[in-house]
Write a protein of this length. Structure first.
Length: 125
């Protein structure tokens, strides 16, 4: 790798660490129940109702503008899986509105695969 740019690599990894996290880190935060953060699931309402991360709120596409979220707390956003771009798209829209969005890499599929706690909604929207 003769063209490896150490400065660009440092910037890349610093941004990745600052603006993304994994399902394991989110699960630990939720398990500690200390609050101070919000969890947003951007999947379709029917999928959210079938199961979601504990305490998550559902904000599918079309609900990202002016959401009822706190701007003084980070917002952890997840979607279906690692290849789903809904979390990144939602995060971009939230950041444009002044929210501190952090994308949860791996999404719902990884959450379930790890066997983390699942909360189901009472009704399907």
């Amino acid at each position: 790798m003769d063209n490896y740019d150490l400065q660009r690599a440092q910037e890349h990894f610093a941004a990745r660490v600052a603006y993304t996290t994994g399902v394991h880190e989110l699960e630990v935060m939720i398990g500690q129940a200390k609050g101070g953060f919000q969890v947003v699931d951007v999947r379709y309402p029917r999928d959210f109702a079938a199961g979601h991360a504990p305490g998550a709120v559902n904000l599918p596409r079309g609900k990202w503008h002016d959401p009822a979220l706190r701007k003084d707390q980070p917002v952890y956003v997840y979607c279906y899986d690692q290849t789903c771009h809904l979390a990144a798209e939602a995060s971009l829209e939230l950041v444009k509105q002044g929210f501190r969005a952090i994308e949860v890499e791996g999404g719902w599929d990884r959450w379930v695969a790890k066997g983390f706690q699942v909360q189901a909604a009472e009704t399907v929207a």
